[in-house]
Design a protein around this ligand. Structure first.
Ligand code: FAD
Length: 512
């Protein structure tokens, strides 16, 4: 029998948030049986590994294709660049993800043309950039009193480090220039600083990106009561009255259907598929799928001005076959006065030795990405159609999404802010910043949002338990109730920690 008949906790989805539940439960309730069900395939060992850690370009490309859902792109070429994904494509797609094929825009609305997902062990966490800023000001969830403690635990689980790339060329200069232009009037933790990244660098300089594998960690992998089942689609959460009873699974390998009884179920299937599964299960609180929000994203690129190779360096870095393992990433934090989140990435230059004196030095081409917080609307929502199936046979999705006048004003202000930041650094490479279509941020939130009380504007409690369904938890960016502009995964993992601690406490109390 491939699947267990009964577990204490069934987890749907193996991305960073599902993995956080498995990890915290393994640490705090080691005798509890836990099973994770993931619709996508296993990419490589350890389960949930970030594809950037796969050394072979061919294997890496294969892992990306495997993650791209029911209709992956063709070809085995490495997709370390965006070649073939964004070029001239009307909808921006990224390696390892697949776009929502239909229903992403309704007539007369803005829609979410960039809406995308990943189906693989590790979820999008096998493909992400790993930026893990803490939320600030109105991004924070005021009714979660121990948020900082939870964020610190999330940083531990994701192995977050703000200083892994301190030695990246010109990173200090980038921060100095940005700080001079931006820092006035900002509190200490909101000044320009290195971006906290989910990454480790060993003494030899080898960089390892954190995927769900790092969140699972040895405590989960070594837990004899934990099992992970790939290619297992959860089609339904089973409920008895007001109590969860288990999950129904379709084995993607042979189409057979199985019921697994569970005392607790955690749905961590991303912000689009978590509400889809609840809907498919007949669990349909008023706020389900509503308050959908994405972070409008604007990008710009500059070449640093007045930069010269370090006179103390033995060789010109352009002459090295291997340049820097990773360039610097800097952070312009969100504030309520300047409600944007800035991610500043120094791009790697070509590793080809150059004769051309004009070839940029490594680290001197800088990409700026500015994210805005959305003006939250209940009417921005994802609807599901029971009569039409998606490629997995789950209820088809239909997105209703509009940018308000306040959103348009915020986007314009963010374009001006990114221009000012670019001017502080150097010479822009384009005439004007580029604002992507909605959905490009890949940071969809709000669809299973938490609330302080069950007043119809939320789906779950501060412990992420779905109102009125005892034992059913939801996880992922969809749980975040505030309009954030910063990358959300750290916050989602922090909220998952709180939910997992609540289940562990219940299990322990029941056993005593
Ligand atoms: P996911 O990682 O999406 O995992 C959900 C999993 O659930 C998927 O594997 C899916 O297949 C599975 N699933 C869904 N439904 C079912 C079902 N019914 N049955 C079984 N399995 C199911 N975020 C940041 O914070 N910082 C960044 O720098 C950043 N950069 C990114 C860059 C890229 C290129 C991408 C693709 C994403 C980036 N993100 C970033 C987003 C980040 O990856 C996500 O926020 C994060 O992975 C969310 O974790 P999750 O566990 O909630 O969901």
């Amino acid at each position: 029998m491939r699947f267990p008949e009964h577990v204490d906790v069934a987890i749907v989805g193996s991305g960073p948030c599902g993995a956080a539940y498995a990890r915290v439960l393994s640490e705090r309730a080691p005798t509890a049986s836990i099973a994770t069900f993931e619709v996508g395939p296993l990419l490589a060992d350890p389960p949930g590994v970030h594809v950037k850690n796969i050394a072979s370009a061919q294997e890496r490309a294969r892992a990306q294709r495997l993650s791209e859902g029911p209709a992956p792109r063709d070809g085995a070429a490495s997709t370390d660049t965006m070649d073939g994904y964004a070029d001239d494509a009307p909808r921006l797609a990224r390696p390892g993800t697949f776009l929502l094929p239909s229903g992403y825009r309704q007539p007369g609305e803005d829609g979410l043309p960039g809406a995308a997902m990943s189906s693989n062990v590790g979820g999008m966490g096998a493909h992400w950039t790993g930026a893990c800023p803490r939320p600030g000001g109105s991004e924070r969830i005021a009714f979660v009193p121990d948020l900082d403690d939870l964020l610190a635990e999330a940083e531990r689980l994701l192995c977050v480090d703000a200083h892994a790339f301190d030695d990246a060329p010109f990173a200090a200069e980038v921060r100095k220039r940005l700080g001079a232009a931006i820092d006035a009037g900002r509190g200490g933790d909101r000044r320009v600083q290195p971006m906290p990244l989910a990454v480790r660098k060993d003494a030899g300089g080898r960089v390892t990106w954190s995927g769900a594998d790092v969140v699972f960690g040895e405590p989960t992998r070594g837990n004899p009561n934990f099992s992970l089942h790939s290619q297992a689609l959860v089609t339904r959460v089973l409920v008895d009255g007001d109590r969860v009873r288990g999950v129904q699974i379709r084995d993607m390998r042979d189409g057979t259907v199985h019921d697994v009884r569970a005392r607790y179920v955690v749905v961590a299937g991303d912000s689009l598929r978590t509400p889809q599964l609840l809907w498919a299960s007949g669990i349909r609180p008023r706020a389900l799928g509503r308050y959908l929000n994405d972070q409008p994203q604007t990008v710009f690129a500059v070449r640093l001005r007045d930069i010269a190779p370090d006179p103390a360096a033995e060789t010109d870095p352009r002459d090295k076959a291997e340049i820097v393992p990773q360039s610097g990433v800097s952070w312009v934090p969100f504030t309520d006065d300047e409600p944007f989140h800035g991610q500043v990435m120094q791009l790697d230059a070509s590793p080809v030795p150059l004769a051309d004196a004009d070839e940029p030095l490594p680290g001197t081409i800088v990409g700026l990405g500015w994210f805005c917080a959305k003006d939250l609307q209940e009417s921005d929502r994802i609807e599901f159609d029971d009569r039409e199936g998606d490629a997995y046979g789950m209820p088809a999705m239909r997105i209703h999404y509009r940018l308000t006048e306040r959103d348009h004003a915020a986007i314009e202000a963010s374009r001006n802010a990114v221009r000012r930041a670019a001017e502080a650094l150097g010479e822009p490479l384009d005439d004007a910043p580029l604002t992507f279509d909605p959905g490009a941020s890949l940071h969809y939130q709000g669809t299973v949002r938490m609330g302080e009380r069950d007043d119809g504007t939320s789906v779950c409690s501060p412990a992420s338990q779905v109102w009125d369904v005892t034992g059913l938890h939801v996880a992922g960016n969809g749980v975040i109730p505030t309009a954030t502009a910063c990358n959300p995964t750290l916050t989602s993992v922090a909220l998952a920690v709180a939910g997992a601690r609540a289940i562990a406490a219940d299990l322990t109390a029941e056993r005593n």
